[in-house]
Design a binder for this molecule. Sequence first.
Ligand SMILES: CSC[C@H]1O[C@H](OP(=O)(O)O)[C@H](O)[C@@H]1O
Length: 353
Amino acid sequence: MTSTVSHVYPVIWQKDQVLLIDQNRLPAEYTLVEIKNSDDMALAIKTMIVRGAPAIGVAAAYGMYLGAREIETENRELFLTQLEKIAEKLRATRPTAVNLFWAIQRMLNTARRTLGPVEYLQEVLLETAKNINLEDLKTCQAIGDYGLEALPKTPEKLTILTHCNAGALATAGYGTALGVVRSAWREGRLARVFADETRPRLQGAKLTVWECVQDEIPITLITDNMAAHCMKQGLIHAVVVGADRIAANGDTANKIGTYSVAISAKAHNIPFFVAAPLSTIDFSLIDGNQIPIEERDPAEIYQIGKTLVTPEGVDFYNPAFDVTPANLITAIITEFGAVAPSELKQFEEKQAV
Ligand SMILES: CSC[C@H]1O[C@H](OP(=O)(O)O)[C@H](O)[C@@H]1O
């Protein structure tokens, strides 16, 4: 099957700079931010101008190249030492999405494996970042098509619930969870998407809705606390979400609230799918207990725009992710096929680093 290519690309290399869709301004404004150096790329990742595990990996890869071209030496060893400092700066931006660390390591490995003058290493690093970008786009299209095969075979068209945004905006394009949605829509298998708004940053309400409206895919927005009720009403045929880090046993870290959705899906016998590339799997972790969970600014909870939703002076807890245990996951949809969580190990040697 060929896939339609999404027209939304959150990270674009143009001439001698990176253009990022400013995802903090969507859906009100479609704004491109020019990134010319590694400091600005690090800030863009930290402040979520670019967000979503695969998109963060692509952005970090370009951030490594932007940093490499800032290094003014022809001495190879000094260049590699300075490049490691660029890597440290980018690693410090966000802790959970393993794609960030995977992409940085792939860029470092490429530099170390490449012989020749520093100028040539810099050229190779740019080509590697471009390859990571293009590979992820093709990966998402494959995930979309394998996901279509994995979805329930029902006479009626499907209604799929998703959480947060695992769409074109969260990847190099096309999306992982929304990649499955796009492939199902293309093949006439989809009736509608139900999107959780996804407090506190509202990626579902702001980004998933925006993407579906752009593609004219029917979408219903619900608040996070409505998901179980919709399942009980028989409105949902399947759940498909993205991932930020998957442990070797299939335990999956994803946006906060995913675990609750998975528990509700299990209680209603609704299949729960995780859609993610191999670059999101951390084979070094035996289970999800070791996945670092990012905690973000409490203001994300108590402030919506300029409106305070609660009195100040109280305590807040703002974990940006939670971990869904493998036993709640029906299948993990990768670019090499949909497998049970326990079957991931077969892909370890395919992970390109
Ligand atoms: C395609 S993976 C997208 C994944 O990333 C999101 O997190 P964030 O918006 O904080 O970068 C969320 O967990 C999505 O499922």
